[in-house]
Design a protein around this ligand. Structure first.
Ligand SMILES: NC(=O)c1ccc[n+]([C@@H]2O[C@H](COP(=O)([O-])OP(=O)(O)OC[C@H]3O[C@@H](n4cnc5c(N)ncnc54)[C@H](O)[C@@H]3O)[C@@H](O)[C@H]2O)c1
Length: 325
């Protein structure tokens, strides 16, 4: 057994080498198996190590966070941060099997549980209006109960999120196609938000802020009704997620679009909500300074009031210094 103490700030190549070093000491053979027991940071680190050891050693995942159970562990990507860039070094290395047990989430700190709901909302807004309604109705109770009650909602949410993630991945598992992936919703601005905050803003929080910003862009383009924007922000807030961050400005937006294009083979494919349960991809000249300025004004206006009204469960909001004022 190897216990490693990793968080987003120490999710780097050194930790991958710690796993490789243990594999060498334990004399792990080509057909032996690594088992990653932990959250998304851990599974990303172990998966990258497994892909390197003897050019690819099998691994199993037992995810112990909601992000792990509905996203990180069930996909095929592993990776670590490098020189301030999120997930710059990584691999595609599918696990042999993933074991999901929702009772493991009972001990998860509530902010980490809220983080998982950001990925669940990404799926709901991208694919499934009914799932959105379930999160809007029961998300808060699920977070407060450590994801234990109401049990029928928990089981439906878990099963549906896993099915939607697998469906989304199947569209282009190895990312060699058009790279127009609904699963990238919430993941265009979030890498830079995480990195520029020095990883003070967690992955789930950054996804939530990205969803809010993308929804504001959609509103500017009349793709989303303002009432739907309000519902999205209300739901994020209810489940203890932030919707604003003071570091979001036009520079961050433009740099994110450039980075997304570089990551997605030349086209940013910015995913924005086109209603609830549907998305649109934005590319080209429409992504100009005027759009960003309008969206930013709206984003600052709608998120400022929420920072002040942050619920008692708002321990998950980034430190006040980081909030939109
Ligand atoms: N590879 C992918 O496709 C993919 C997809 C989504 C997210 N990710 C990555 O996942 C990471 C976020 O994952 P996360 O939200 O699981 O964070 P995490 O791994 O940092 O875990 C959150 C915290 O909860 C603790 N913890 C884990 N399980 C626990 C339990 N059962 N009880 C008590 N405490 C527990 C951890 O020690 C940690 O402090 C990010 O680095 C993100 O980039 C990867």
């Amino acid at each position: 057994l190897l216990v490693i103490d990793v968080d987003e700030t120490s999710k780097n190549l050194e930790q991958v080498l710690v796993v490789c070093d243990a594999a060498k000491r334990f004399d792990l053979g080509r057909r032996d198996v690594l088992i990653a027991l932990g959250g998304g940071v851990l599974s990303d680190t172990v998966r990258l190590a497994a892909s390197l050891i003897r050019r690819g050693t099998p691994h199993l995942c037992v995810p112990t966070t909601l992000i792990g159970q509905i996203d990180a562990a069930i996909g095929i990507k592993g990776g670590v941060n490098f020189q301030g860039s999120k997930s710059y070094l990584g691999c595609f290395h599918p696990p042999e099997a993933v074991f999901i047990d929702s009772s493991l989430l009972a001990s998860l700190p509530r902010p980490a549980l809220s983080d998982g709901f950001a990925e669940a909302l990404k799926l709901a807004l991208g694919y499934d209006r009914d799932l959105f309604e379930l999160i809007a109705d029961h998300g808060r109770d699920l977070v407060h109960s450590g994801f234990q009650t109401p049990a029928p909602s928990r089981d439906f949410l878990l099963g549906r999120c896993i099915a939607l993630t697998l469906q989304g991945l199947q569209e282009d598992l190895w990312e060699v196609g058009t790279l127009r992936r609904t699963l990238d919703f919430g993941h265009s601005f979030s890498p830079l938000i995480e990195a520029r905050s020095g990883f003070v803003v967690s992955h789930g929080q950054a996804v939530a802020i990205d969803i809010a910003l993308s929804a504001c862009i959609a509103c500017e383009l009349l793709l989303l009704y303002p009432e739907d924007l309000t519902r999205i922000l209300d739901t994020l807030t209810q489940i203890g997620l932030p919707v604003g961050w003071a570091g979001v400005d036009e520079d961050l937006m433009e740099a994110s679009i450039v980075a997304a294009a570089s990551h997605r083979a030349g086209s940013p494919n910015l995913v924005v909500p086109a209603g609830i349960g549907r998305t649109a991809f934005l590319n080209g000249a429409i992504l100009d300074r005027r759009l960003f300025a309008g969206a930013l004004t709206r984003f600052r206006a709608v998120t400022a009031s929420r920072a002040a009204l942050a619920s008692p469960h708002a321990t998950n909001w980034p430190s006040p210094l980081h909030l939109v004022r």
